[in-house]
Design a protein around this ligand. Structure first.
Ligand code: ADP
Ligand code: MG
Length: 702
């Protein structure tokens, strides 16, 4: 540990957390802040002034010289502009100043952030507003204040604002239902999230030699190493010493920032790893995941690694995801997705289980849109990540339970079963109610749902905005149906509503192997969407049904929805455009350099041999040169096609059409070019190539 300190001693030391506030804020101010956080109410300026003064003192004591409003624009990354605390005095000295106004509101020039037409360039103004529900922290000498970001006209330009709106919608609807079904003491329901984060580590020196990794985050060419992940020897494997040192440092940095990271292990693919935190309130978990991704990269650099967060950095082995574990908890301490010993009698559990099933079925397309990105499209549908078809897995026991609801029979359940391992010395323990189904995109895992489609680079705000809103919507149907029912009849009425809802939506449940062709056919028969790529999914984002849902719950205005539509499509086209240019550059310059110098050496060697030993056939050299030459012809043809099609794509005006063209033509060209380049690469010795091969990238970690 740092300077021999224990974890509790370093944990959260850089966070302006509840404990610091309790210790340092005047009692009435502390109470006011708490009220704001708990009731989602506004903070008065005098309270903000008082908090700002204390925050400044604390920050300066901890080495901060600047503060920054930290926000999450539509780039999916975070943004920050640092202001010093200094304020010059007439006598040539400075004082350190920070007002309540500066704490609650910032005015960054917003003109260079994506806004999808929400802001004309001359309207550069944007505002950041303090989110007191997510704690401020100190990093690299600055006080970071989590904020929401909006335009001059009040439209959300970020990921936090809609997430907070969706949490409010869900809270309102969930409390209403719970009060109606008898849990009258519940006044608040919060979504909780634990996001497992996968990543790759590669040596920094090697990383710097690959333009594709530098510019696009993924390898665009590169033949597979002779070994991939087929031996399944990396998953949960022993941590290599240097990787372990990295993870240790990473844990410590994150603990200081109050990010409760808990689990770490090697993942399936070589050089792939995972980290998971203890779950937290949704918006804090989202902020913490953003912070985690940043710190992962920063610490990697210190350890001479590059941390790759792209969803598909390497062909032929697994890509990286970010499992979104999601549940709901009440202010009275109930996890609403915990079945308990007697799920048959647990009405809140049943209500929320059915509400989630209905929500995922009804708005599967929106959930699909929420995880669509150029990177993640490479992952979904491969035999590594969930298929692009959204379905749910609840396990045998809950399926029996739901069947009893459908049939109106009594569910007794098997209860918890004892695990017997056949060896006396081993402890006895109870088995989980469900086994796991690793192919399912949306799985019930005992006391929460795990949405496995999000990509590793994605902001976790994305899926949760829609999950929260869709569940708010189905809950609102339940309340509407129960409204006015006399108390004594609520249970019966509720069971009837849930039964009907379940029957309507049970097509979304699937417990089999999601990787098979049979499932693709079966899903089509059930009418489930199979949206393969972002351009396929985007029309669903602006469908009447989506707009109705999002506007009704106050998540987005229609204007905001259309602006995000533009941003996503533009980003998609730009990403593939950059990939295409990078690939062209790498093939033309780096790959050809290796190819030509190898061919030259082979030719010279053959010529030398022939002159020294007349009559020798030089069959080996000739065969390789011929094969390389044939490959080179194919490469030149594929490259020319890619160049021409990329130009055509660039000229397309309509955003959807343009994205579709990049997806169906340019990406296909890139795959075709890659196939011939990779084939040739296998014939060229590593040392001839000016960039490291897969073998080096993936198998040289120590
Ligand atoms: P696995 O890989 O087996 O699914 P992990 O331990 O890696 O399990 O991750 C499980 C994640 O689920 C953790 O981040 C954990 O905190 C989170 N989690 C547990 N309970 C809840 C809950 N009630 N709400 C949200 N997330 C939860
Ligand atoms: Mg998991």
């Amino acid at each position: 540990m740092t300077e021999n300190k224990t974890i509790p001693e370093i944990y959260g030391t850089m966070v302006f957390n509840d404990r610091v506030m309790r210790e340092r804020l005047p009692k009435d101010v502390y109470k006011a802040v708490h009220k704001t956080i708990e009731n989602n109410s506004h903070l008065e300026l005098d309270v903000a002034n008082s908090v700002a003064a204390v925050m400044k003192e604390w920050a300066i004591e901890h080495g901060a010289t600047h503060f920054t409003h930290w926000f999450q624009p539509m780039t999916g990354l975070t943004a920050e502009k640092h202001d010093g605390f200094i304020s010059p005095e007439p006598d040539g000295t400075v004082i350190m100043d920070f007002s309540g106004k500066e704490l609650v509101k910032g005015e960054p020039d917003a003109s260079s952030f994506p806004s999808g037409g929400l802001r004309a360039t001359f309207e550069a103004r944007g505002y950041t507003a303090w989110d007191p529900s997510s704690p401020a922290f100190i990093k690299d000498g600055s006080l970071y204040i989590p904020t929401a970001f909006c335009s001059y006209g009040g439209e959300a330009l970020d990921k936090k604002t809609p997430l907070l709106r969706s949490m409010t919608a869900l809270n309102n609807e969930a409390v209403k239902v719970l009060n109606l079904i008898g849990l009258k003491d519940v006044t608040r329901v919060t979504a909780t999230i634990g996001s497992e984060q996968e990543y790759f580590l590669v040596s920094k020196d090697l990383y710097k030699k690959r333009k594709d990794l530098l510019f696009t985050g993924r390898t665009l060419i590169g033949a597979n190493a002779p070994k991939g992940q087929e031996m399944e020897d990396h998953y949960f494997g022993v941590l290599k010493p240097k990787v372990s040192a990295y993870m240790h440092d990473l844990d410590e940095e994150l603990w200081k920032l109050g990010v409760p990271v808990k689990t770490k292990h090697n993942e399936v693919a070589p050089a792939q790893h995972e980290l998971a935190p203890v779950f937290e309130t949704a918006n804090i978990a989202v902020d913490h995941n953003q912070l985690t991704m940043e710190v992962m990269k920063k610490v990697a650099d210190k350890h001479n690694y590059a941390c790759l967060l792209h969803e598909k950095p390497f062909e032929g082995i697994n890509g990286s995801g970010k499992h979104n574990n999601w549940s709901l908890s009440t202010n009275t301490g109930i996890n609403l997705l915990k079945p308990g010993k007697h799920p048959g009698e647990n009405l809140p559990f049943l209500t929320f289980l059915v509400a989630v099933i209905a929500a995922v079925d009804e708005y599967a397309d929106l959930l699909r849109v929420s995880v669509a990105s150029p990177g993640n499209d490479h992952r979904l549908g491969g035999n590594e990540a969930p298929p692009a078809i959204i379905s749910m897995f609840v396990g045998d026991e809950l399926e029996h339970f739901l069947k009893s609801v459908e049939e109106g029979t009594v569910f007794s359940g098997e209860g918890k079963r004892q695990m017997e391992m056949g060896a006396e010395v081993l402890p006895h323990f109870t088995k989980d109610n469900t086994d796991r189904n690793r192919t399912s995109p949306f799985a019930f895992t005992g006391n929460k749902f795990e949405f496995r489609m999000p990509g590793s680079a994605l902001s976790v705000a994305n899926p949760n905005i829609f999950l929260n809103t869709a569940v708010a919507e189905t809950l609102s149907h339940i309340s509407a149906a129960l409204a006015g029912t006399p108390e004594g009849e609520v249970r019966e009425k509720l069971m009837a509503v849930l039964r009907e809802m379940y029957i309507r939506h049970k097509r979304i449940l699937f417990g089999g192997n999601g990787y098979t062709d049979e499932w693709v056919e079966e899903a089509a028969r059930r009418g489930l969407d199979n949206l393969q790529s972002l351009p396929d999914a985007m029309p669903h984002w602006i469908s009447e049904k989506s707009i109705d849902l999002l506007v009704k719950h106050g998540i987005f205005t229609e204007k905001e929805i259309f602006s995000r539509y533009d941003i996503l499509l533009e980003n998609y086209a730009k990403t593939i455009h950059i990939e295409s240019l990078t690939m062209q550059d790498m093939v033309q310059k780096d790959f050809f350099e290796g190819l030509i110098s190898y061919e030259k050496d082979l030719t010279q060697a053959a010529a030398q041999k022939a002159s020294l030993l007349p009559g020798i056939g030089c069959a080996m050299e000739k065969t390789v040169i011929k094969a390389l030459d044939t490959a080179a012809d194919a490469i030149v043809a594929a490259l020319e096609k890619l160049q021409a099609d990329t130009e055509t794509a660039e000229g397309k005006e309509d955003l959807l059409e343009c994205a579709k063209y990049y997806q169906s033509v340019v990406l296909a060209d890139m795959e075709a070019l890659r196939a011939v380049v990779d084939g040739a690469e296998k014939m060229i010795p590593d040392d001839y190539l000016p960039y490291p091969t897969y073998s080096k990238l993936l198998f040289s970690l120590r």
